[in-house]
Design a binder for this molecule. Structure first.
Ligand code: GLN
Length: 450
């Protein structure tokens, strides 16, 4: 009742596309009965969870905040959804996001922008903006988003909460609507590190439905974080990241001061060079648009969702009309860009080149983590900007991703923890990244610093 009333009272944030009020109350009553009967309870008994509208929940709509999937009903549960339910969670609704998870401000949803609860004139970040605001404003306890290039960490930074993107392959992508399959990973929004650890423990791990999921056993993260509470870490930061001209000087100063405090607390913190910083955003956009152009070809008006009402003679015209009506501008731009970089004559110049850069990034990552336990950086170069402010220039918006896409290119885990407040009043976070499948260190260090 509490969350349903809160969502109702905060309708104008536009965080939810649909609320399962009656159903959630019924589920709560069933869970109460279980408690009363003394039956064993799940790890998430009664936890109220929201799902970004790209994660499938059986017999419920899933639209990727797009017109093309407006009335589409999922016929199965995502593995993550299945595991939440098995542990007693209550799913309260599906949350607004940028269309097909493409964006950094949640202004690209076909169902209107989401507002930052701390300042309604500002964006919440994206693409998982609705999921971040829902946790920020107390419209659920925790939520699941997806992070292809920062879509969990960046909105967490803008909203002053925790956003965790695990290692690529830690959580099954089965039932997650694909944007760029070699980057996509389900991520977690919470207010505390302990909640993030518990949620990860529940939803991570091997799954026969996704061959890219690792078979590595899942640690008991919620217990592991308590151990080694005052361990000293070897931490690196990228010199080029802190010197970047696009970085807000206030954020630069706060992070620099924080680095001094870490050293004073006994950690080893060193600046290292990362010459590839200028290339991470272009590399990310070449590779993800290429994968998106292929993944989104399935929305053809035949198998899923919207089909044009206009009668056409040619099949190709039906495809064209359906896709022009169904996809928003940003999605169309990315499909075009992705098709271009994959086309004969340009493939070598763009796609192959970008793959080579990705390879260099992953080699660099191996070197870094043979010397350090963690890398820290700002999560985003600025605090939450005004709604409409960056709508004119898509390339300017892409700068918001400069610190987050590295983790997706390398496949490593990353988290944003809310440690700072800008004198203007908006929060911002510290990003921490660790080596592949080292979520234990990531969560421990986060718990220590928060
Ligand atoms: N802002 C990035 C993009 O637009 C990240 C999106 C994401 O992580 N889903 O692609």
């Amino acid at each position: 009742h509490f969350y349903i009333r809160a969502i109702e009272a905060q309708r104008e944030l536009n965080a939810y596309l649909e609320v399962y009020a009656a159903e959630a109350l019924q589920r709560a009553a069933e869970l109460d009965a279980r408690l009363a009967s003394g039956e064993p309870l799940g790890k998430l008994h009664g936890v109220v969870v929201g799902l970004k509208d790209v994660i499938c929940y059986k017999d419920h709509r899933v639209s990727a905040a797009s017109r093309i999937l407006e009335d589409f009903v999922s016929i199965y549960n995502a593995t993550a959804t299945e595991r939440l339910l098995a542990e007693g969670a209550i799913i309260i609704g599906r949350q607004n996001c940028d269309e097909f998870a493409m964006g950094s401000s949640n202004e690209k949803s076909a169902y209107g922008p989401v507002k930052n609860a701390l300042d309604h004139t500002r964006v919440p970040g994206g693409s998982s903006g609705g999921s971040a605001v829902a946790v920020q404003a107390g419209l659920c306890m925790v939520s699941l988003g997806s992070d292809t290039g920062g879509s969990v960490r960046q909105p967490a930074d803008f909203c002053g909460i925790i956003g965790l993107k695990p290692t690529y392959g830690r959580i099954s992508r089965y039932g997650l609507l694909a944007y760029a399959s070699s980057f996509d990973q389900i991520g977690i929004f919470t207010n505390t590190v302990a909640d993030a650890a518990l949620l990860l423990e529940v939803i991570a791990g091997p799954d026969a439905y996704d061959s890219t999921v690792s078979t590595q056993p899942v640690p008991a993260y919620s217990k592991e974080i308590a151990a080694g509470a005052d361990k000293k870490y070897r931490i690196a930061y990228f010199r080029q990241a802190l010197e970047h001209p696009g970085l807000d000087p206030v954020i630069r100063d706060e992070i620099s001061l924080f680095i001094k405090k870490l050293t004073a607390a006994g950690h080893i913190v060193e600046a290292i060079d990362f010459e590839l910083l200028e290339y991470v955003v272009p590399t990310y956009y070449v590779l993800t648009t290429a994968e998106a152009s292929s993944n989104l070809s399935r929305y053809d008006g035949v198998r899923f969702g919207h089909r044009t009402k206009v009668a056409t003679e040619e099949l190709a015209d039906m495809y064209k009309l359906t896709r022009s009506e169904g996809f928003g501008k940003e999605v169309q731009r990315r499909i075009l860009l992705g098709t271009f970089v994959l086309s004969a004559g340009y493939f070598e110049a763009y796609f192959t080149k970008a793959q080579q850069v990705r390879r260099l990034i992953s080699e660099k990552t191996t070197t870094i983590f043979s010397n350090y336990d963690a890398v820290i950086s700002p999560t985003v170069p600025s605090t939450a900007f005004k709604i409409g402010e960056k709508q004119q220039d898509p390339v300017e918006m892409f700068l918001a991703d400069i610190y987050t896409v590295f983790a997706n290119l390398a496949g490593i885990p990353g988290i944003s923890i809310p440690l700072f407040t800008h004198p203007e009043g908006m929060p911002f976070g510290l990003q921490i990244m660790t080596s592949h499948f080292d979520e234990v260190s990531l969560l421990r260090l986060s718990a220590e610093l928060m």
